[in-house]
Design a protein around this ligand. Sequence first.
Ligand SMILES: Nc1ncnc2c1ncn2[C@@H]1O[C@H](COP(=O)(O)OP(=O)(O)OP(=O)(O)O)[C@@H](O)[C@H]1O
Length: 317
Amino acid sequence: MMLELDDLSVTYQLAGGDVPAVRGVSLSLAAGEAVGLAGESGSGKSTVALSLLRLLPRTARIEGRILLDGEDVVAMNWGRMRAVRWSSASIVFQGAQHGLNPVRRIGEQIAEPLLVHRLASPTQARARVAELLEQVGLPGWRARSYPHELSGGQRQRVMIAMALACSPQLIIADEPTTALDLMVQAQVLSLIRELIASHGISLLMISHDLSVLADVCDRLAIMYAGRLVETGPAGSAFRHPYSQALSAAFPTVGDPASRLAPRGLAGDPPDPQSLPGGCSFHPRCPVALDSCATTPVDLRPAGSHRHAACVLVEETC
Ligand SMILES: Nc1ncnc2c1ncn2[C@@H]1O[C@H](COP(=O)(O)OP(=O)(O)OP(=O)(O)O)[C@@H](O)[C@H]1O
């Protein structure tokens, strides 16, 4: 397995009490596989993404195991962790605002991981930057540009070039197209799809928009209040009532109406510091039984290659 999360929990330890942001998540990604992690804001997706490269703030406590190509990220010393970042796994953030330095030229920024990890001489790095820019559909002269001279879509392409620079086996993409307009979003998604397929890279892509993930990923995992509530193939129907509501909220890629008026999800996600008992989704669930308020359900088989954490979802194949 390229990536294995084994009972991963992340708790932010704050003065006002613990925030259990991720609770017992187990998930694996095979080499070359693309998995989408979906859920509403606050469900814990970014916390999972950041924990994979130990980019969480100091207040975060990680429990469980994160195996990256068999090596436990949680147990790595910082020297090894730095070597793994970019070269084994790299991350693309939302809107490129976290990743690009506004006062440095694009080319220098793409070359940096190559130079820091001593994977290329300055001359080789320049050639590699030109190659990477071409791969993401930008002309080589853009290496001399500053981030503000590029459009949002072009900046996101630069972030993807940076993520590819050291030829990682895994790319983590956290809402890579959320800040883009719909046309550009579709172009960047198709670029990501082509690049991971042609380079055999594994992808963990995170979004609140299931239709975006379904467009790129082989398999989807749905998170609610820090837990996985369903996993299954991207092309097949969801069975957990939360996944169904989330999928109704974002019916099709590029449908402006679905952004303006998300349907099917009444109410707000729970505060992780005071989670409801039983199934965390039961107060918002349209089909909840009395027992859902008291008895939590773990992920269990729910059909072909599908698991769901819902008492109403029977195992059928
Ligand atoms: N640095 C932090 N300190 C304390 N709590 C945090 C911190 N970062 C996130 N949280 C809390 O952890 C929970 C999960 O947040 P996270 O950002 O992982 O969710 P998300 O699904 O990625 O949401 P979004 O799509 O809004 O980024 C939320 O309740 C959030 O308020």
